[in-house]
Design a protein around this ligand. Structure first.
Ligand code: RRO
Length: 283
């Protein structure tokens, strides 16, 4: 079950996806984190962010919409509190990084690259819920290339680039990231959606739109993984509505070397463990 992806050795190919697992602390009371392939943290930005006003989560048919807005404690608290906590475990730690500007990304990447306990960086160029930066980089091949180049220059850690599905042709962005030196690609982030309460006639999310995740997006994610896996040589990490081992295996058949489990964590806390067990039969 062991794999090496972007130079990161993992016990198995099942990671937990950014934003669905915090920094591991709450989940560590429920099971042994070392059983996971890797932990991908919630996005870290240079400064703390409060995120968007509530309501910011809505359940939808076969999925959910979120509009968290990059809420996190910022780099300083990550380095002083969350990373030391994660250091109690041996599971690889991949830190998801987001920002409004190229300089902000570079500052965070530089600081993280000095930390032994950071095994890799997932560059988030695909958050759909903020007005500035983030997804603005991931929907433009030129900006993607510039940002990934700058991140690679700032760090020796493996850089995984997390792609947005909110584009016409995801292979264009994938190739731009690869050209700039990305060590691996992860996809997909959430798809922009919207829901209206027909009783109040008002949007269900305070910010009106949000990112759709869960089984509803799985066929789109499988299609995009399949397209990207053919377009690039670097490893692809599949994400999007994986609930079972069979879903994970489907992504692998589409060309993914590993997978991330996100929304399933909110349905069944132990789903990543069940997926790891179930995958043994197929691998
Ligand atoms: O925080 C969020 O609202 C968020 C992020 Br950073 C992301 O990358 N994807 C998403 O669906 N929500």
């Amino acid at each position: 079950m062991g794999i090496e992806i972007a130079g990161i050795k993992m016990k198995n190919p099942v990671m937990v996806a950014s934003g669905t697992f915090g920094f591991g602390e709450e989940y560590s009371e429920l099971y042994d984190l070392n059983r996971l392939g890797a932990i991908v943290t919630k996005s870290v930005t240079l400064l703390p962010r409060e995120g968007n006003p509530p309501p910011r989560i809505v359940e939808t048919p076969a999925g959910m919409l979120n509009s968290i807005g990059l809420q996190n404690d910022g780099l300083k608290v990550f380095l002083e509190k969350h990373l030391p906590y994660l250091s109690k475990f041996t599971v690889p730690v991949i830190v998801n990084v987001a920002g409004e500007t190229l300089d902000e990304y570079v500052d965070v990447v530089k600081a993280l690259s000095k930390e032994n306990r950071v095994d890799g960086i997932e560059l988030n160029i695909s958050c759909p819920n903020v007005k500035k930066g983030c997804m603005a980089f991931g929907i433009d091949p030129k900006l993607t290339e510039e940002l990934v180049k700058a991140a690679k220059k700032a760090s020796k850690k493996p850089i995984i680039v997390k792609l947005s599905p909110n584009v016409t042709d995801i292979t264009v962005i994938a190739k731009a990231a690869e050209k700039a030196g990305a060590d691996a690609l992860s996809l997909i982030n959430t798809i922009m959606g919207m829901a209206i309460d027909i009783k109040t006639k008002k949007p269900k999310l305070a910010m009106i739109t949000g990112g759709l995740s869960g089984p509803a997006i799985k066929p789109i994610a499988v299609r995009m993984v399949w397209q990207v896996a053919q377009a690039v040589k670097v490893p692809v990490i599949g994400i999007g509505g994986i609930m079972t081992a069979e879903d994970a295996y489907e992504f692998m058949l589409a060309g993914a070397s590993a997978v991330q489990v996100g929304t399933a964590n909110f349905v069944d806390i132990e789903s990543p463990l069940k997926i790891i067990e179930g995958l043994k039969k197929y691998i």
